[in-house]
Each structure stands twice: as C-alpha cells, then as structure tokens.
Design a protein around this ligand. Structure first.
Ligand code: PMP
Length: 461
C-alpha cells in the first residue's frame, strides 16, 4: 500500500476515508457519496484543507481548541514528556509529577472547595465517573437507595452509555438503550418552548420542574442533578437569568448533589475560568475536558468537592478508573496549556476584548431577515433562524433543513459554523482577535444571505 500523506489528491483520500473510516455522528453512506472535507493543517483560528482553502474555525474544533491551533510550546512539552516518562498509571498506589501538578493546578483554578481531581480520557468518561461518584457517596452515607440522577432533555453529557443516558438526546437513547435510574426534565429553551411567558417566568418554571421531579420520585431516591451551565451541543441555549439561581435553591433545599458539566463552559469559554462562576452555580462536582488541554491531548476529569472526596476516600477502594487516568503526556500538555492561558491572560481577553467586540456584531445579526434572536455569553453564541421573528415560527418541513442549508453555505464560504436544528452556533478559539471576528461575521452574513436567496428561489421564504 502506498504511504498516505497530506499531498495525496483529495479524491483519493476521500475514497480511502469512505472505505475504512467510520465517522462519529455521521450517516456513513451519505458521507461516502459526498466525500469528507479533509483538514490538513491549522494555526491560530485558521484551518487549511486538502484543496488549500483557508477556513476560519468558528467552532474551535469541537469547542475545544481554546488557545488556538499549532502552539509549539505544547509540542515541545509533549516531546519532552514522552522522552522522560511516556506512560505510567495512577493505580496501585503510584503517582507521577504531571498528574500531581495538573491536579494541583486545577484545584487552584476551580472555585470553592473543589479541590480534588479524578482524571479521565474524555468528557464522556468523566461523566461516567460522576455516576459512580454520586451513587457511591450516598451508599457510604447509608442511603444506598439514593441513585436517581435528574438531567435535562436536550442536554449533552457525552456518548458512552453513561454519558449518553445523562444526556437528553433521544437519538442517542434509542441507539443502544439507556442506563436505569436517570430521568430528564425539560430544558430552559425559551425561544423554542417559552410560548407567551417572559423569559424570566419561563426560566423559573423550567427550574421548578426539578422540585416537582424530586417530590414525585421522593427525595430519598435522588442522588444528584446534572446540567451544563449553557447547553452546548443542544444549540447554545443560554438559560434565562432566573434559571440557575432557582436550580441552586432547590438543590440546597433538598440536599441533592449538583454536578455542573463544564466540558464546554470550563477554561474560559464564558469569560470566567468556569461557567459556574458566570452563572452563580456552586456545584459539588464539575465535569471537565476539551479546553483543559485545548484539545491537544485527550484528557478530561471530575473536579470533586472536599466532602465527596473525603467520604469516598475514607471508605476503602473506589472501584473505578481508566488506563489513561492522568496520562503523563496528556497531563503535561494540559498543564502547559493552562500556563499559557494564565500567562497570556486568555480569560481576560475573552471577557474584556473578544466578547465585547463580538457581542455588538452578533446582536446586529438580528437585522438579517432570517435571524430571530442572537445570544452570546463569552465566546459561545447562537442565532435562531426563523421565517417569522414576531411569532418565533418554525420553518415548514423538517426541523434543521434550513440550518443544514445555512451550514453548507458557511462551509462553502470557508467558515465553520455548526447547526443544531435551525439554530446556528459558534464557539471560536478564545484567542480570536477583533480582525478575525470581522472575517467571521462577514462570512456569516454572506452565508445567511445566500441561504435566504436559496429559500426564495425554492419559494419557501
Ligand atoms: N459534556 C459536554 C457538555 C460536552 O459538550 C461533551 C462533548 N461535546 C461531553 C460531555 C463529552 O465529551 P467527550 O466527547 O470528550 O467524551
């Protein structure tokens, strides 16, 4: 077989990809017929594909490349760590410096008494850890019946059986089944589901579903509530201001554990180190991944409060762990990523420069005939496409058809924006500059115009 390289013709790479590579969350046959876009290199916020196009990455990969692509410091640290200690585990009463240093750094950055880290290889694995942590905690406390975890419809917590069950995506639930003891309440998605209520009243009502669910199932059976501070994969649904304070009040009142899934919102995305700080949430456990290493290495984890860590640590073996928990190369790279973020004041850049600059331009997208609302927190945003802004109407036909068409126009215009149904979403690298934001917005407008022209041509708008 010939060596496969970046320099091969695109069609040959696509054919090999179609023949041998199964893609996540993808219709395989459809992609095989169309051919995948092949990304060959990246620097900063810019991707290059096999045809030589320069694409602005409005999604930071999968919401993860917080410091931007291609930082040599991270390559150097990885190379050094591989030479020094390429692998060792953290089972059997052993440890190593990268895991120790990273855990200590995370404890320093995390709010409150979130001082302990259980490492995983991904966000999904970390959420599987969380299921065990909360159930084990209550078991040790003498309340083993407290096993139910309440989550939200249209939440996303990963794609392992545990993570997929915590998530509220029916397509994932159908695909292989559900773990027992996980139930879902409605999401705080005002645009789609708020009806005539004000966003504030709606946010409160949606949070109060948590209390109703606790009472319905009996607090003696409830272990925890899990939510993303901002639903990411669900469409960047920024909850009304009333939502999280009410969730917090209910968790406090009934003494149930609160898990904030910060896989996307952690490490600067919302303009603070953690989304919990932005929304005033005081979780017992945080799920982290993605921005922890800026996606340079697969690593995730659970940040655990003193009480849970002490209870679990004091009760014999915690029977759980992964070969790559605290992998030394991943941990060293993550540590270097956090060093750069602190030294270059990346979180401050989001808060003081990039968010204020983008916020004005993002809000102005509502001047476009297709855009009903534009929401942004830090550097994660969404726009709702609609045929009628006043009534927040949906397009006729399949949900997501127009969003998909818009994403296709973005792709053609060398902008990565994702669609979730008929919402378009962005989460660019946190280091994006005002000039690059201008390019992103200009390409977004062009894509929206072309999408509208397409709808007019087919007579649906
Ligand atoms: N939780 C959230 C909030 C996520 O957004 C994701 C990934 N998009 C995950 C968990 C799962 O992370 P991973 O894909 O690393 O398993």
């Amino acid at each position: 077989m010939t060596t496969i390289t970046n320099h091969m013709p695109t069609a040959e790479l696509q054919a090999l990809d179609a023949a041998h590579h199964m893609h996540p969350f993808t219709a395989g046959a459809e992609l095989a017929a169309k051919g995948a876009r092949i990304i060959t290199r990246a620097k900063g916020v810019w991707l290059t594909d096999s045809e030589g196009n320069r694409i602005i990455d409005g999604m930071a990969g999968l919401w993860c490349v917080n410091i931007g692509y291609g930082r040599k410091e991270l390559a150097d640290v990885a190379a050094r760590q591989i030479e020094e200690l390429s692998y060792y585990n953290t089972f059997f009463q052993t440890s190593h410096v990268p895991a120790i240093a990273l855990a200590a750094k995370i404890a320093e950055l995390a709010p409150g008494d979130l001082n302990h880290v259980f490492f995983a290889g991904s966000g999904s694995e970390a959420n599987d850890t969380n299921i065990r942590l909360v159930r084990r905690y209550w078991e040790i406390k003498g309340q083993p019946e407290k096993r139910v975890i309440i989550a939200r419809k249209n939440g996303y917590h990963g794609s392992t059986l545990g993570g997929g069950s915590l998530g509220g995506m029916s397509g994932i639930h159908k695909n292989g089944g559900m773990l027992a003891g996980i139930v879902h309440i409605d999401e705080p998605n005002w645009w789609d589901q708020g009806g005539d209520a004000t966003p504030e009243a709606f946010g409160l009502a949606r949070a109060q579903q948590l209390e109703q669910k606790i009472l319905e199932m009996g607090v003696e059976n409830i272990a925890a509530f899990i939510g993303e501070p901002v639903q990411g994969a669900g469409g960047v649904i920024i909850p009304p201001s009333t939502y999280w304070p009410e969730i917090q009040r209910i968790c406090d009142k009934y003494g149930i554990l609160l898990i904030a899934d910060e896989v996307i919102t952690g490490f600067g995305r919302t303009g603070n180190w953690f989304g919990s700080e932005t929304f005033g949430i005081r979780p017992h456990i945080m799920t982290i991944a993605k921005g922890l290493s800026s996606g340079y290495m697969p690593i995730g984890g659970s940040i655990v409060c003193d009480e849970i860590a002490n209870v679990i640590g004091g009760a014999g073996d915690f029977n759980h762990g992964y070969t790559y928990s605290g992998h030394p190369v991943a941990a060293a790279v993550a540590l270097e990523n956090l060093r750069i973020m602190q030294e270059e004041k990346v979180v401050e850049h989001v808060r003081d420069v990039a968010n204020p600059y983008l916020a004005k331009k993002w809000a102005a997208l509502t001047d476009h005939p297709l855009v009903g609302e534009a929401k942004l927190v830090g550097l994660m945003g969404s726009i709702a496409l609609t045929p009628n802004k006043a009534t927040r109407a949906r397009f006729a036909g399949d949900q997501g058809r127009v969003g998909y068409a818009c994403r296709e126009r973005c792709f053609a215009n060398n902008l990565v924006m994702r669609h979730v149904g008929d919402r378009m979403i962005i989460a660019p690298p946190l280091v994006i500059t005002p000039d690059e934001i201008d390019v992103l917005i200009e390409r977004a407008w062009k894509s929206l115009d072309e999408c509208l022209a397409g709808l007019k041509a087919e007579g649906t708008q």
